[in-house]
Ligand binder design. Structure first.
Ligand SMILES: [Zn+2]
Length: 171
């Protein structure tokens, strides 16, 4: 998954670079196959309270420790992006969310993970539960849109702006 892997994830053989369709791709000589490198999908959720304030979490670990961002995390291999967003929101904020609508899918390079990430952004129109920061989140709080802190990731701010300006969905 990372940019600089040395060994084949399938057989452990040392990888080489081979030109293919105009790109240099990692190649396993032993198995005669390319090892493709793809972005990692992450799912995130926009949740607004009755006052129109948006839920953010304070990151408890790197990358971007001690900065605010939308709650969310990586999609695991056995779950859909919506399931991943719901799971991460519950873990990080104690909130159970429902009624999702896709806002957009953003692309961002990550120096920390040495790869690129696809950020799948949902708006969840309904939620229940009691707000309580957990897992990787040090704090979880609703913020007025005109008083947002600087977010850890530009992709998250882009999702918020896209949602506000295109009003997806009407809710
Ligand atoms: Zn191999």
């Amino acid at each position: 998954m990372q940019d600089d892997i040395e060994f084949c994830p399938y057989c452990g053989n040392k990888l080489s670079l081979k030109s293919n369709e105009g790109r240099n791709r990692l190649y396993c000589e032993k198995e005669k196959r390319f090892v493709y490198q793809n972005p990692i999908p992450a799912a995130t959720g926009l949740i607004f309270d009755k006052e129109g304030e948006i839920l953010l979490v304070l990151r408890g670990k790197d990358p971007s420790k001690n900065q605010w961002c939308l709650p969310g995390g990586f999609v695991e291999t056995d779950e859909t992006p919506i399931q991943a967003a719901k799971r991460e929101l519950l873990e990080e904020t104690g909130i159970y969310v429902s009624s999702p609508t896709l806002i957009d899918i953003n692309f961002q390079r990550s120096i920390f993970y040495k790869t690129s990430i696809l950020i799948i952004g949902y708006h969840f129109a309904e939620y229940s539960g009691t707000l309580a920061a957990g897992d990787d989140a040090e704090d979880a709080r609703f913020f007025a849109l005109d008083k947002l802190p600087t977010l850890a990731f530009t992709s998250h701010m882009e999702l918020i702006e896209k949602f506000i300006h295109k009003k997806i969905p009407a809710s």
